[in-house]
Design a protein around this ligand. Structure first.
Ligand SMILES: Cc1cc2nc3c(=O)[nH]c(=O)nc-3n(C[C@H](O)[C@H](O)[C@H](O)COP(=O)(O)OP(=O)(O)OC[C@H]3O[C@@H](n4cnc5c(N)ncnc54)[C@H](O)[C@@H]3O)c2cc1C
Length: 53
């Protein structure tokens, strides 16, 4: 089992995150999933990813 992708083929600049595309349910997977997407978007736009607790 693995997460669904963040994007949809043929739909540019669309990103979806949260429990509906993450493995498992509840808030923790939704948060981890959003963090992973933020990291991907930072990389795509040449920005340094930094997260604070
Ligand atoms: C009663 C209840 C108790 C819960 N208790 C816990 C708990 O104690 N601990 C825990 O970890 N988790 C709990 N959960 C689960 C937790 O609420 C979810 O895991 C979390 O809300 C998922 O967040 P999300 O942002 O991924 O999705 P969602 O909260 O479902 O957010 C998705 C959003 O997208 C919107 N949307 C949908 N379709 C469209 C569209 N076409 N266009 C625009 N917007 C759209 C929806 O209106 C919604 O606001 C509970 C859930 C329920 C129902």
């Amino acid at each position: 089992m693995k997460n669904l992708g963040f994007t949809l083929p043929g739909l540019a600049n669309f990103y979806m995150h949260g429990q509906w595309v993450a493995l498992g349910g509840g808030l923790p997977p939704a948060g981890f999933n959003g963090r992973a997407l933020a990291r991907i978007l930072c990389k795509k736009h040449g920005k340094r990813f930094a997260a604070a607790e």
